[in-house]
Design a binder for this molecule. Structure first.
Ligand code: ITT
Length: 200
């Protein structure tokens, strides 16, 4: 079976990708199957830069078609923070709860109409030395005042997608996968994957 490496160490993200791409007929490998690849330092100042860096390092190490994701939450009132720092917003080693709490503290007293936010997911597909495909998905919503729900991960319990009365953490994984930033990015990168794997 054809293989694709998913360049993430985040098991939640990997699980969402597995569901979103289960129909592609491609075996999806994850980084825990390549222990020789150490930690990839995400030091670019954009999601695009980090996605491209992760894809390039994993492709170089595995020589297998690679899909890398960098994602983050951007809050308008906070000048688009935490953005590229989403996973370490409350400092190195921060838990998801620490990051959510820091965000809620920074938005304390801010009225609902000024709590707009968006998740962005940038995907980079790299399968040849001479070309890459980069696509982006966005999910818009607002940050609520206290966490709700136990599903999902990261900032899901405090993010209410536009048009929904439930946070991403109150949705099933199928519902989240119908509207998430990751789903949007996969929809756009899908034709690139199909055309690459068709010729293999
Ligand atoms: P990898 O770099 O190994 O892929 P990571 O968790 O560091 O794992 P990112 O750099 O893309 O991944 O960081 C994204 C952070 O943004 C993540 O840790 C979450 O806190 C948040 N995030 C991304 N997608 C999310 C989602 O669908 N729901 C909730 N939070 C999300």
């Amino acid at each position: 079976m054809k293989q694709l490496v998913l360049a993430t160490n985040n098991k939640h993200k990997a699980g969402e990708f597995q569901s979103l791409m289960s129909d592609l007929g491609v075996e999806i490998l994850t980084l825990d199957q390549f222990p020789q690849i150490g930690e990839i330092v995400e030091d670019a100042d954009t999601l695009e830069g980090n996605a491209e860096k992760k894809a390039a390092e994993v492709f170089r190490a595995t020589h297998l078609p690679t899909l890398a994701d960098d994602s983050g939450l951007e809050v308008h009132y906070l000048n688009m923070e935490p953005g590229v720092f989403s996973s370490r917003y409350a400092g190195p080693g921060a838990t998801y709860a620490d990051n959510c709490n820091k965000l809620l503290v920074n938005l304390r007293g801010v009225p609902p109409r000024r709590r707009a936010a968006r998740f962005r997911c940038v995907l980079c597909f790299l399968a040849r030395d001479d070309g890459r495909s980069v696509e982006e998905g966005v999910c818009r919503g607002v940050i609520i005042e206290s966490p709700r729900g136990n599903n999902g991960f990261g900032y899901d319990p405090i993010f209410l997608p536009d048009g929904s009365s439930r946070t991403l953490a109150e949705m099933s994984s199928i519902e989240k996968n119908s509207l998430s930033h990751r789903a949007g990015a996969v929809r756009l990168i899908r034709p690139h994957l199909i055309s690459y794997f068709q010729t293999k």
